[in-house]
Ligand binder design. Structure first.
Ligand code: NAP
Length: 253
């Protein structure tokens, strides 16, 4: 096997949540380009159909399943549909996420709980459902954030707490499953990537943060996908339980 062969995902099946916009679309497309069939989950199923066409244009198979990751039943349904269509799950990318910027004194319990339900609980329901069927050699990748490690000028208690929570979830599932089940669990922590999520930021906010980014610009989704393909593939067979920033050096500055 050549070193580049280790990055291939031929014959593998990946699930990507939050694949209806932004980073999830790019992650699904690049996992397919690396050889995986990809099952797609999110609430906007019409948008998932567009992503499915991108996967198919890479010569891979795809299914689109309406999924609200805050529902354990929906998460089980996505995994069941993937098993029914493809017979296996090798890779889970927990990418679905919502961001809010609410001053702590004004954030309602419902708003806080909603972010936790999607970003943290949803990742756990998906990991549980996949952990029951994944075979040795499988890989779970949680999409965290640099906000799991630092602050960035906006009031984001709920978002930051969930992203820090994913770091602990990653570590614990890795210690439960790597040795016993052969499932590796890792996290990537993106810095700034222009998506629908960042479009909600106040005008000029992104530009104001660029001084903290050593590379000096926002990331290209393909740059995040490269790290995800690495963690999904046998190229990272000796990597588990870690959080890898893909942030242009933001956490170092
Ligand atoms: P985005 O374009 O807003 O995409 C978010 C995705 O999550 C959408 O596909 C959305 O689909 C899905 N989603 C939201 N609530 C959901 C739910 N209840 N059930 C299922 N899916 C749900 O944002 P993005 O920037 O690509 O974010 C993707 C991930 O990267 C998130 O976890 C985010 O925290 C993380 N991240 C992004 C950045 C950045 O700079 N963009 C930085 C750090 C981390 P539906 O609305 O169709 O359900």
């Amino acid at each position: 096997m050549t070193i580049l062969d280790r990055f291939r995902l031929d014959g593998k099946v990946a699930i990507v949540t939050g694949a209806s916009s932004g980073l999830g679309v790019a992650l699904a497309e690049h996992l397919a380009a690396a050889g995986a069939d990809v099952a797609l989950g999110a609430r906007r199923v019409d948008r998932l159909a567009d992503t499915a066409r991108l996967v198919e244009s890479e010569g891979r198979r795809s299914i689109a399943v309406a999924t609200d990751v805050s529902s354990p039943q929906d998460c089980q349904g996505l995994v069941d549909a993937t098993m029914a269509a493809f017979g296996r799950v090798d890779v889970l990318v927990n990418n679905a996420g919502v961001g809010t910027a609410r001053p702590a004194t004004r954030e309602t319990p419902e708003e806080f709980r909603q972010v936790v339900d999607v970003n943290l609980n949803g990742a756990y329901w998906m990991a549980q459902a996949c952990g029951r069927v994944m075979r040795p050699g499988s890989s779970i990748i949680n999409i965290g954030s640099v906000l799991g490690f630092t602050t960035a000028g906006l009031p984001q208690a709920a978002y930051s707490a969930t992203k820090a929570g994913l770091v602990g979830l990653t570590r614990d599932l890795a210690q439960q499953w790597t040795g016993r089940k052969g499932i590796r669990v890792n996290l990537v922590a993106p810095g700034f990537f222009v998506t629908e999520m960042t479009e909600q930021y106040p005008e000029g906010y992104l530009e104001s943060q660029m001084g903290r980014v050593l590379v000096g610009r926002a990331g290209d989704p393909a740059e995040l996908a490269a790290a995800v393909v690495f963690l999904a593939s046998d190229a990272s067979s000796y990597v588990t339980g870690v959080s890898i920033p893909v942030d242009g050096g933001l956490l170092t500055s």
